[in-house]
Design a protein around this ligand. Sequence first.
Ligand SMILES: Cc1ncc(COP(=O)(O)O)c(C=O)c1O
Length: 509
Amino acid sequence: MNISQQTSNLRNREAPLEIHGDEFRKLGHQLVDDIAEFLDGLPQRPVTTEESPQAIRKLLGTDILPERGSSANDLLDEAADLLFDHSLFNGHPRFWGYITSSAAPIGALADLLAAAVNPNVGAAVLSPIATEIEAQTIRWIADLIGYPRTCGGVLVSGGNMANFVCFLAARKSKVAWDLNAEGLSASNQRLIAYVSKETHTWIDKAAELFSLGAKSVRWIGTNADQQMDLDALEKQIIADRADNHLPFLVVGAAGTVGTGAIDPLPEIAAICKKHNLWFHVDGAYGALAAVIPGASTELLGLREADSIALDPHKWLYSPLEAGCALVRNPHHLLEAFSHHPAYYNFDGVIEDPPINYHEFGLQNSRGFRALKVWLGLRQVGREGYIQMIGDDIALAQALSKAVGTYPELQAVTQNLSITTFRFIPQDLPDDPMAVEPYLNKLNEELLNRLQKSGEAFISNAIVEGKYLLRACIVNFRTTLSDIEALPEIVIRLGRKLDSEIRPRSLQSG
Ligand SMILES: Cc1ncc(COP(=O)(O)O)c(C=O)c1O
């Protein structure tokens, strides 16, 4: 076909990807019907299927890129079946692994709407209403946890990214030279960040990727409750200054990833003030628990932070992905991230300046992830979140109590909505040196079997060298009956496993 033939056909262009109104309506109604049935039937399904990656790969059939298209109807049917029958469901009432929440159904509808309109929330002119909805969402998140609503903020993909944004804002604000122009090599002082040894692995990535190097992270020890040792923190800061290093950042945890421990945030704030350091709170998991009336003063110390990372896709139950970075002084975000290339025409008028989110973070083009968060907040309000987060915490406490009533289970930690425990057969010899390694092996293998069983899904934590089973309840579908079922599942699988793998040396009689 020559060019003039091709362009003449374009007067009534019919693109292969287009789906017009009637067909779209039909496809959409069918898909929504299928999703509604799937959601209603979730409790009757196993949490996950025990299929190998190879078996799953085979389900996709041919690996040859199609030359020609297929009917959208058939494709959506097939995709829905693949997902409904071969997924791990974090929306299942018995999913308590890692820190991934059940997703609010309104979030799924929000994502459909957001994708249909498809605003680019990098610049206000490209996303007029979406930008204002994101800005309002950020103010409301700040309101929920009692942080100043005048803060700067940006929605990102999750906790790692939110922590990175705050880390970069901190780094820019705390060095005296022009970091953007000169880079880190302008100084021979090493920048130092202080974190507890319970800190999530985002800090490793941040130190490595943003060229500080792993040696710039000081892993401060913790007390028996997995909270940062403040004496050790302050001594280390003083020692580093004496060594001509450049301390710039302390990270406090509002809910550690392992056990949900909350660092003494007010005291960390005071140390940061005294030593002129940026106080960042990693609240990816637990910051939103500050919404609960009577939240501990340790947690409420996050209100003094220079920045906070928190995840709507954890305790606001937004579908993945939604993280949020809050920075007390918005200028620190702009100083770290704002660029104005000549081909951007996003500045608007001085009297009514637009919010251009590309200036607040690492992304340029940005999707409308705020919509699902905003609609969730409007659907249930502050009250709804107080209820759901409070219920998750109450259920985790109930689990800890229930575990304590079974002689073969040992409850170990309980913070926020994370409960840890382990399985201990009753007839092991009284010889900790020999028994502890076996208990670690037994509980690790028990976790693998439990995860594969599809009866419930939990994950693990290591505390003082002990391998623990860990249930993290960030799940508005979980009921007390679900929680009460877990100890007996663990004991049944544990007894069977123990009978199969216990070494002769540890057998009684
Ligand atoms: C305390 C903490 N920080 C950071 C993260 C990373 O969050 P994401 O997986 O959303 O990137 C997590 C994830 O569980 C977390 O618990």
